[in-house]
Design a protein. Structure first.
Length: 576
């Protein structure tokens, strides 16, 4: 054991929860290591302290751990390393780089193997910004290094309180991240600053001037989201839906096409196959904003369903801490958590082992406060230097059987600003993205005027009512005017709400194009049609629908785009 560490002895083992008797002080959420008989060090976290006994959850299999084994308490909370080199990395929930683990252990990861999250040997081109005599606060820039397409700021550690005066600064040059680049004093003590710092994952980073209300829409290039159920930069939204409704494909689409600087994908308890898909695709996908590979501005946190459950909980906090770190540099970050239901199940398992009084469906009674504390770490902030940064959180929820009344979905609904309900019926009808236009909602500002959006929503609602009526009385008993209303609502669905994610053009729809196409769509909805019968109405709308789809597949402002629009105008003019 190290000189600073405190010890204890194992008194009981229950799954991945171990009870420990200790003699000195132990704090909640402290990191501990269980030392097995063959000297394996198993990382764990203190989750409850009662008298002289602590309960710790182990992030590995506890096979072979026995009563009397030594436990080493580190005195530090579960933390992540923050510094240059995070981008392009694939981590597990404890921030171990998986490629490096694979290099050391082969195909099957060994228990008790932990690696530095950041490369200690790679040299970075450091440029000092703060000069000797400058006064800084936590989060202020000391120097910069280039990291891919971004300028990575080396900041005064977030844990330092008050004002610090720079007493020594290193010259520009190429150094590894552990190099001391500056020294600062607060009048009482002098401390060293390196390019890397650590921060506890369960404590939000608050080294900024103020939080701002999210108002600017985050352009995802998915029409149904941007127009009907928008998301704001710095907001929080969720995508609940049953299995097979398209949650993961939607999140992949958001990660590729959303207008943000950095994407963090937290695969928390999802199937390993979906994570493999990300790992295979992202290094080869071209980022349309930069022309480089998408992986260059992505961090992937991997905790698949086959990995230990305890680390699943840590992966959610690890990912949001990394997102907050890049927000401190004035960047906009999108965090995709797939799926928060698996995280909640990990919380349920821990709560059960602690023998706490269960809440609804055996989830812990404090589930709502934990879900809220996660989503509330999203936000738009004004930094100390006047710049702005944002973290936008998208949480996928996988309710059993698609039941939105279950506790995780209900707890999430109370704290998000946009709710994108994925529907089994729409997925079965191959209407993708399968976001239900009548069950979803958003509190954020749309790209399009809200009165126009309300007009289209009213048409969708009216069309749905006619559809329900037709299921009872049949098409023959429906007046032609009502049937045209139904056709108009189906028209909105097929040409605007649905999008082909595998088509090069239709998979993305920019803000200007959305506004332009939506105005054209409204002209169809507002037009009074006079058809002699239902068959003529159906035939007309089928042809008009095909013209619109051809228009969707034409590149914005291209010759083909203008030709397709001319055909639509001609067809609308024929029904004067």
């Amino acid at each position: 054991m190290s000189e600073n560490s405190l010890g204890g002895k194992v008194t009981g083992v229950n799954g991945n929860m171990v009870s420990v008797a200790f003699t000195d002080r132990v704090t909640q959420n402290e990191v501990a290591y269980v030392i097995t008989g063959n000297k394996e060090r198993l990382k764990s976290e203190v989750i409850r302290v009662r008298g002289r006994e602590a309960d710790i959850q182990v992030f590995e299999s506890t096979g072979g751990v026995k009563v009397g084994d030594d436990v080493e308490f580190t005195g530090q909370m579960l933390s992540v390393e923050l510094g240059p080199g995070l981008l392009q990395q694939v981590y597990d929930g404890l921030q171990n780089p998986l490629p490096e683990l694979a290099r050391q252990a082969g195909y099957f990861l060994k228990r008790g193997l932990y690696v530095y999250p950041l490369d200690r040997e790679k040299a970075w081109d450091y440029t000092p910004v703060a000069k000797v005599g400058d006064t800084l606060r936590a989060g202020d820039t000391v120097g910069t290094v280039p990291e891919g397409i971004f300028t990575h700021r080396i900041m005064l550690p977030f844990a330092w309180n008050g004002e610090w005066k720079i007493t020594w600064a290193k010259d520009a040059g190429s150094y590894p991240i552990t190099t001391v680049v500056a020294k600062a004093s607060n009048g009482v003590e002098e401390r060293e600053i390196t390019m890397v710092q650590t921060w506890p994952v369960k404590i939000p980073i608050t080294s900024y001037r103020e939080r701002l209300m999210p108002r600017e829409p985050l352009v995802t290039q998915v029409r149904i989201i941007d127009t009907f159920f928008p998301v704001a930069k710095g907001g929080a939204f969720c995508t609940p839906g049953p299995f097979g409704a398209g949650k993961t494909v939607l999140q992949h689409s958001l990660s590729q096409h959303s207008e943000v600087d950095i994407v963090i994908v937290a695969a928390c308890g999802e199937r390993a196959g979906e994570v493999v898909e990300i790992l295979r695709e992202f290094p080869h996908l071209e980022d349309p904003r930069t022309g480089r590979n998408l992986i260059d501005r992505t961090i992937i946190i991997c905790n698949t369903s086959s990995m230990p459950v305890a680390a699943r909980e840590a992966s959610i906090y690890t990912s949001v801490t990394l997102a907050e770190y890049y927000r401190q540099m004035g960047l906009s970050v999108l965090l995709l958590a797939d799926s928060t239901s698996r995280w909640a199940q990990a919380l349920r398992e821990v709560s059960g082992r602690l023998e706490e009084i269960p809440g609804e469906e055996a989830f812990p009674a404090y589930l709502e406060s934990l879900v809220a504390s996660f989503y509330e770490r999203a936000g738009l902030v004004r930094l100390n230097d006047g710049g702005q940064g944002s973290v936008t959180i998208c949480g996928a929820v996988s309710p059993a059987g698609g039941n939105f009344e279950e506790p995780v979905t209900q707890a999430t609904l109370k704290v998000v600003g946009s709710f994108l309900a994925l529907s089994r019926d729409r997925a079965n009808a191959r209407r993708y993205p399968a976001i239900h236009p009548l069950e979803s909602w958003s509190k954020y500002n749309s790209l399009v005027d809200k009165n126009k959006v309300q007009e289209a929503k009213a048409m969708l609602q009216a069309g749905n009512e006619v559809d329900q009526m037709m299921k009872v009385v049949g098409e023959e008993g429906t007046p032609t005017a009502d049937f045209v209303t139904y056709l108009k609502s189906e028209f909105i669905d097929s040409v605007y709400l649905q999008q082909n994610t595998f088509d090069k053009v239709d998979s993305t729809c920019g803000a200007k194009r959305q506004e332009y196409v939506f105005d054209k769509l409204l002209s169809v909805l507002r037009k009074s049609f006079n058809f002699p019968g239902k068959n003529e109405a159906r035939t007309y709308f089928q042809r008009l629908r095909q013209r619109f789809l051809d228009w969707n597949y034409a590149a914005w402002e291209s010759e083909a785009f203008q030709e397709a629009e001319a055909k639509i105008d001609e067809m609308l003019a024929s029904q004067a």
